[in-house]
Design a protein around this ligand. Structure first.
Ligand code: GAR
Length: 209
């Protein structure tokens, strides 16, 4: 199974969704580490109770590249193949993204490309959107900008506030993330996917039609 490290900064409910899904039969990934930039993150206690190895270190007073190098060392020590950001509220350094490029995913509480950044539900309500949702995307150097892998739409109800919307979108997030991660780690592993990639590369070779 693919070895996934989950990075969190807080509650960790998406981390829990990923972890519990990994206990279902046929799940193609396992969670080998939960790491946090906030030693008080509630999700750390949950991971510990579930006997998942954890690493916690406050980023305060440390440069971004320096901090990310320490996280990188922990991921390598845990033998991680992939990184899943789950409410990790910190930008990653370009050095880190260079090392892990193509193997990092994130969940974001909006229908990207709409509402990158913070306060997504408030902004959607202010814009009068009738549908909101969540997205899982590949992480690149730009904030909330990599290719979208999957999304779930959620209807806005009369009387919704940013809080009620966040709670309902979170239910969708917990459905979306385990499946999107499973698809992401298996995309190059099935014979069909491999054949598709070979065909794709072949069409780009000089002399191809
Ligand atoms: C989730 O709603 C996640 O989509 C959001 O933070 C929450 C974390 O909750 N992430 C972002 O806003 C990233 N820009 P959790 O800690 O319970 O998973």
């Amino acid at each position: 199974r693919a070895r996934v490290a989950v990075l969190i900064s807080g509650r960790g409910s998406n981390m829990a969704a990923l972890l519990y899904a990994s206990r279902l039969p046929d799940c193609p990934y396992e969670v080998v580490l939960v790491a946090s930039n906030d030693p008080d993150a509630a999700g750390l206690a949950l991971a510990k109770a579930e006997r998942v190895p954890t690493f916690a270190l406050s980023h305060k007073g440390m440069g971004r590249a320096e901090f990310d190098a320490l996280i990188d060392a922990q991921l390598r020590a845990a033998g991680a193949d992939y990184v899943a950001l789950a409410g990790y509220m910190r930008l990653l350094s370009p050095e880190f993204i260079d090392k892990w490029g193509g193997r990092i995913v994130n969940i974001h509480p909006s229908l990207l490309p709409r509402y990158k950044g913070l306060d997504t539900h408030t902004r959607a309500l202010e814009a009068g959107d009738r549908t909101v949702g969540c997205s899982v995307h590949e992480v690149t150097a730009e904030l909330d900008d990599g290719p979208v892998l999957d999304q779930i739409e959620v209807a806005v109800l009369p009387g919704d506030t940013a809080e009620t919307l966040a709670a309902r979108v979170l239910i969708a997030e917990h459905q979306l993330y385990p499946r999107a991660l499973a698809n992401f780690v298996t995309r190059d592993r099935t014979p069909e996917a491999k054949l598709g990639r070979v065909r794709e590369i072949a069409t780009q070779l000089p002399g191809a039609e």
